[in-house]
Design a protein around this ligand. Sequence first.
Ligand code: SAM
Length: 292
Amino acid sequence: MSHEFRDRGPRDGSGPHKVGQVKEVTSLANPIVKDIKALTQKKSREETGAFMAEGLKLVIDALELGWTIRTLVYAKAAKGKPLVDQVAAKTVAAGGLVLEVNEKVIASITRRDNPQMVVGIFDQRWKSLKDIRPIEGETWVALDRVRDPGNLGTVIRTADAAGASGVILIGETTDPFSLETVRATMGSVFAVPVARATPEEFLGWVKKAGVSLVATHLAGAVDYRTIDYRRKPVVLLMGNEQSGLPDQLAKEADALARIPQEGRADSLNLAVATAVMLFEVRRHLLTLSEAR
Ligand code: SAM
């Protein structure tokens, strides 16, 4: 064990915890800190199947939703706060590791000057496409080769807000578990199932799933406000930021929808177009409830 760890076992002096430990770390050279920092690289996230989420609220929400926490990192300044102590206790009880670090370490992990006081390292969770069987009232969003982490995170957040059931990533896409994407989801990454598929797998699944495939296209012939979204579960298909939807996907759609535009802009931003569509597709299902 490296020298910068100080195990703090039970107060009765019976030694360090065997399962779920609390360690104090002050060095950036600490191997655990290095492993956590490596999670900013896609390769390391793929190898470990882990990812990082910042902020106490996010960590609390994730634990409530049953996500598996591997490591909880908190800044010394947060120590003793009841909610921080609670998540630390939950992490230890779940067999995870708790790291108490100084501000320098947490800033370096999150690559921020004003870092969050709490960071959680969680197991990634992918929904399997074959397990998705949409039923009446469900809407799924399918994104073709989405490139921008901010767009993907915003789509996941918007899907959550509109009550969509999940997001399907088609082809080579940006990683939903990157730090930038997770930040942009504002916590919705823990609430919205995400699946991935090749174009062929996606089209094979659509054929069997009994859904209405509504694709959005700048050359779409149908005004998106005229489509009946009530008849079947809807899969809303959105194109890549640069090149839009390829013919391979567009030609399989039940409708090619367009959002009418004025002005000089060629197109809407992908996440904005997804939001416009989602709230229209689900308009008949969304109601104002009590103030939240
Ligand atoms: N240059 C791309 C093109 O030619 O399609 C622009 C892609 S746009 C930034 C990204 C995606 O947002 C599009 O593929 C489409 O799915 C959707 N989108 C954006 N504006 C739209 C509109 N006015 N009507 C329908 N879909 C739109």
